[in-house]
Design a protein around this ligand. Structure first.
Ligand SMILES: NC(=O)c1ccc[n+]([C@@H]2O[C@H](COP(=O)([O-])OP(=O)(O)OC[C@H]3O[C@@H](n4cnc5c(N)ncnc54)[C@H](OP(=O)(O)O)[C@@H]3O)[C@@H](O)[C@H]2O)c1
Length: 251
């Protein structure tokens, strides 16, 4: 952080995520920052790194990262040891999976959970340890409205996001007063490569619009943001619908 508390460095876990990259571009529109992209295949990520340099990043480092690795303590330590303080971390990796396949193939179901939930737990523990030691930092965790009340059409993904959401909310409360905050982001349907070919849900939005909500949440010190904002009210209603009604909702 600089003297005014502005973000100087950002680590993106899932560095090819369209939501993560849109958030970094939003930051770069305000000021130059140093960017670390943590990706599965660094060779394939040159284009993203070049685009961020062209958008004004101070420097861009690309590091190898797989959320399904057995542990991430060494990875997190190596990133912090090499880069020093990191002000903002975007936990942006995730897979949607295929609900129908997951219901008959435990390996497919576990792949969703191990990436979206176990992977987040595995990075959050060493990450928060380092952020607490440096005394400041914001972690943005991409949850989903799918975790607020899982639907029959994608409850394996929804269950993984419910777990992530609880983890992020719990961490934020546990970290009160430490200088470290955790922002839970609950997007609805966003047009990214994750949703390519799917029928857009109501209130569908763009990565840029989600990024605006994320940056507003960081600036205002929010604990949770919905994207788009009206989903907060929509989900409050949906969460309380009687089960027989909820079950019959289309899609
Ligand atoms: N798009 C939506 O409608 C939506 C809605 C609600 C929540 N979200 C959540 O928002 C986050 C970002 O989604 P997005 O829309 O930006 O999707 P995206 O563009 O498809 O990005 C997903 C990212 O996750 C990475 N990833 C997948 N498995 C990984 C693993 N094992 N290790 C490391 N990285 C891995 C992918 O890397 P590769 O390039 O290597 O595949 C990719 O960078 C996700 O958590 C998603 O669940 C998305």
């Amino acid at each position: 952080m600089d003297a005014l508390g502005a973000v100087q460095s950002v680590l993106v876990l899932g560095g090819t995520s369209e939501l993560g990259l849109a958030t970094v571009r939003g930051l770069l529109a305000e000021r130059p920052v140093s960017v670390i992209l943590a990706v599965r295949d660094p060779e394939r990520s040159r284009t993203e790194a070049d685009a961020l340099r062209a958008a004004g990043a101070k420097d861009v480092d690309v590091v190898q990262f797989d959320a399904t690795a057995p542990e991430h303590d060494g990875f997190i330590d190596s990133v912090f040891d090499r880069h020093g303080d990191i002000d903002l971390v975007l936990v942006a990796f995730g897979v949607l999976g295929d609900q129908q396949v997951s219901e008959s193939d435990s390996a497919a179901a576990l792949a969703v959970v191990q990436t979206n939930f176990t992977g987040v737990v595995s990075v959050m523990v060493p990450l928060v340890r380092r952020l607490r030691a440096q005394g400041h930092g914001t972690v943005v965790v991409f949850s989903s409205v799918a975790g607020e009340r899982p639907r029959a059409a994608n409850f394996i993904y929804g269950a993984s996001k419910a777990g992530v959401d609880a983890l992020a909310q719990g961490y934020n409360d546990a970290l009160a007063g430490t200088g470290v905050t955790v922002l839970t982001v609950r997007p609805g349907f966003v047009h990214t490569k994750m949703t390519t070919g799917l029928k857009p849900a109501p209130f569908s939005t763009t990565p840029e619009a989600v990024a605006e909500r994320v940056l507003h949440g960081i600036r205002t010190g929010a604990h949770t943001v919905w994207a788009p904002a009206p989903l907060r009210g929509v989900m409050t209603v949906l969460r309380h619908l009687p089960r027989p009604v909820f079950r019959r909702l289309p899609g």
